[in-house]
Design a protein around this ligand. Structure first.
Ligand code: SAM
Length: 296
């Protein structure tokens, strides 16, 4: 527990999928007059350096967001992808990409004064950094940082007074039990507040729990008669390879998915052109692909 630091992964291909989707969801949900409550159950540190040691060591942003903005697409960027790039640009001066906003800052940048954001984070260092980052915000009072277990902590806030909420659930899946905890949390939240929008990110890796997670969420949505959307992005094969010395080389994260219950009706159209473009620009081998399905 707590070996995971999102600073190594900020701006990678999974963040491109997750944050493009998150932004498209918020664009729609923040249009209404009624106050919106957003819960980020696994918030991370909030802001990351793209030119710092973590990003340089992992080089994950170089294969994700930085690759996206360095490559000229054949066609103009799809509107959802352009919106995402413009949003990240808002955190950077000129054309120098030095800062990458995590989900707390992406969400906060879209909220209006009546909306509220609750951030859960357990890592001692990342919680401190998150608190310090949030303290810099002018609208800091609409944001609450809780050093609590997000899976459990969400319960006490549902249903929200305005009856409008988005829950982003983005664990590190460091422990195998996280997969079951995601399903348990969404099932409990749906009991308390069936009309909320629930967005779950998950890694697509050769592990039964990861394979089963979207299936379980889909069954849950269908049983409750709720709509759902499932988007995936694969950038490379998940097969193990061997280096010149015959050592087994793990491929790193090959793919990830976003599963949403009660997504905005505009989301599928927003992602339809953005996903193939992510494949075109971020794909690393012939296994690169995307899927987009919706139902309910
Ligand atoms: N949502 C962030 C973003 O998109 O910028 C990234 C979050 S990162 C994938 C997952 C975070 O969850 C890590 O910072 C980790 O320390 C934290 N974490 C792990 N278990 C947790 C728990 N039970 N409750 C709250 N936070 C947790």
């Amino acid at each position: 527990m707590f070996s995971y630091r999102h600073a190594f992964h900020a701006g990678n291909h999974a963040d491109v999928l997750k944050h493009t989707t998150l932004l498209a969801v918020l664009r729609h949900m923040t249009q209404k007059e009624t106050a919106l409550n957003v819960f980020d159950t696994h918030a991370g540190a909030g802001l990351y350096r793209l030119d710092g040691d973590f990003a340089k060591t992992s080089e994950e942003a170089a294969e994700g967001f930085l690759k996206l903005v360095a490559t000229k697409p054949e066609k103009p960027f799809a509107p959802a992808l352009q919106d995402y790039i413009d949003m990240v640009a808002g955190f950077n001066a000129g054309n120098h990409w030095s800062v990458y906003p995590g989900s707390p800052f992406i969400i906060q940048s879209l909220l209006s004064g009546r909306d509220k954001l609750k951030l859960f984070e357990l890592h001692p260092t990342d919680t401190k950094t998150l608190i310090a980052n949030v303290a810099q915000l002018e609208a800091g009072r609409q944001v609450t940082v809780l050093r609590e277990d997000g899976f459990e902590g969400l319960k006490k806030f549902l249903p929200p007074p305005s009856r409008r909420a988005l829950v982003l659930c983005d664990p590190s899946y460091e422990v195998k039990n996280d997969y079951a905890r995601v399903v348990g949390m969404v099932a409990d939240a749906m009991q308390r507040f069936a009309t909320g929008t629930y967005a779950v990110w998950y890694p697509i890796i050769p592990r039964p729990e990861a394979h089963d997670l979207p299936k379980k969420l889909k069954t849950m949505a269908n049983k409750a008669g709720k709509s759902w959307l499932h988007a995936t992005l694969t950038v490379k094969s998940s097969k193990l390879t061997q280096d010149a010395q015959g050592e087994v080389v793990r491929p790193g994260l090959p793919a990830s998915g976003m599963f949403l219950i009660n997504p905005p009706h505009t989301l599928k159209a927003a992602l339809k052109d953005a996903l193939p473009q992510m494949v075109e620009l971020l794909g690393q081998d012939t296994n690169a692909t995307s899927t987009l399905n919706a139902g309910g």
